[in-house]
Design a protein around this ligand. Structure first.
Ligand SMILES: NC(=O)c1ccc[n+]([C@@H]2O[C@H](COP(=O)([O-])OP(=O)(O)OC[C@H]3O[C@@H](n4cnc5c(N)ncnc54)[C@H](O)[C@@H]3O)[C@@H](O)[C@H]2O)c1
Length: 370
């Protein structure tokens, strides 16, 4: 799709907990303007519009979408509303960037992609992990052959506590819809969707089989371990998620951290942090085991603050709007991440291997919602 050129005028849909991190990139990109904010909660859009210097505030999405002076919208509403809101924006002729997860079902995600294509507008998913500099560099190193042929990808998430101002400032209403029937599975859906997106993108390969154990305790994911078979039989992936309510994590954002380990037949790559700052290590460590020369390289120069992923995702949407570069993450890729998420639930429910490509609707973990 060619770019719209000019200076995109962005409308923000939803001014809740994640909005300030998400909008910061648009505010700091000199190529675009944030011109409107919409949120039905009394005073929320007006306050955000004042803070961000946006001239217009709306409490009704239909009214905002009818405004011809908005070219594109950033959808930051609760996930169960993405389908309705993206379809409305597309019908109004707006380009759409939508926060992850794209939708609550594969069928809804496909309908959104079809509608955008028919309308000739961009629909992309804002997936900050795929714009996080250490992960971007790791992906580049893998593609350059720095660890030889990848054989194993390990994605580890720990969720605990944090003293961060960001976490302390979160509004409680942002946690209600995530943990009730509005969500097809709570935290493992809402947060792990990032890791599924990364598992596919790091090596640009599809996953064809998933096995998983998903325990159903406080947050319906702890602990969870999943095994991925890629379409390259020489490559496996594992994902582990654990909840550590008595562990305080160093973080400027949520009380969580992630570690990524990619092994190849000639070396190892570690991305040692993401949401948190738990380890005092370089964000990337590369081990290369040549016969005559074994080296460990650190990449301390790579910026590693988690919020950079949001900024860079916003810059990228402007790249797509202005220059017509393919908009990452595509709806197709976001749909594959959704299928992977539901495959983990189905594998956990049935204790059997699941091909994620067979999932066309959604799968809810047994017993959900509590
Ligand atoms: N990339 C990340 O790391 C990350 C982190 C947190 C949240 N998210 C995603 O961002 C989205 C929002 O999450 P959040 O934590 O900010 O949730 P939230 O509940 O705090 O905020 C959602 C906002 O949308 C508003 N809203 C509801 N209906 C609306 C409508 N019709 N028009 C306009 N606004 C409306 C709500 O009033 C609320 O202010 C979710 O999809 C979530 O999964 C992504």
């Amino acid at each position: 799709m060619s770019g719209i050129g000019g200076r995109p005028r962005i409308g923000i849909v939803g001014a809740g907990n994640i909005a300030s991190l998400n909008v910061h990139g648009y505010l700091s990109d000199p190529r675009c303007d944030v011109v409107a904010v919409c949120d039905p909660v009394e005073g929320r859009a007006a306050a955000a519009a004042a803070e961000w210097g946006a001239p217009k505030a709306f409490t009704d999405l239909g009214a905002m979408l009818a405004d011809p002076d908005i070219d594109a919208v950033e959808i930051l509403t609760p996930t169960h509303l993405h389908h309705e809101h993206a379809l409305a924006a597309v019908a109004a002729g707006k380009h759409v960037s939508c926060q992850k997860p794209l939708a609550n079902s594969v069928a809804d995600a496909r309908a959104m992609a079809t509608a955008a294509e028919a309308a000739g507008v961009i629909l992309r998913v804002s997936e900050c992990y795929r714009h996080y500099p250490p992960l971007e560099r790791a992906r580049q190193l893998i593609a350059e052959g720095a660890i030889g042929r990848p054989t194993h990808i390990r994605l580890r998430t720990v969720v605990g506590q944090t003293h961060s101002d960001f976490q302390a400032g979160l509004e409680a209403d942002g946690y209600v819809w995530r943990m009730n029937a509005h969500s097809p599975g709570g935290h493992l859906f809402d947060d792990m969707i990032h890791k599924y997106a990364v598992a596919l993108w790091l090596v640009d390969r599809d996953i064809v089989s998933v096995q998983a154990v998903v325990r159903r305790r406080d947050h319906f994911f702890e602990p969870c371990a999943a095994l991925f078979e890629y379409d390259d039989p020489r490559l496996l992936g594992t994902m582990e998620v654990s909840y550590a309510p008595s562990m305080w994590l160093r973080s400027s954002f949520y009380g969580a951290d992630e570690f990524f380990e990619i092994q190849g037949d000639e070396g190892f790559l570690w991305v040692t942090r993401c949401t948190g700052e738990m380890l005092d290590l370089s964000p990337i460590v590369l081990y290369q085991g040549g016969k005559d020369n074994q080296t460990t390289t650190t990449f301390s120069d790579v910026p590693s603050a988690w919020d950079l992923g949001f900024d860079r995702s916003a810059f990228h949407f402007i790249d797509a709007l202005v220059d017509g570069v393919p908009a990452e993450m595509s709806a197709e890729d976001a749909t594959k991440a959704l299928q992977l998420c539901f495959a983990v639930y189905q594998a956990g429910n049935t204790s059997a291997a699941v091909d994620p490509r067979t999932i066309e609707d959604k799968v809810v973990p047994d017993g959900w919602p509590r």
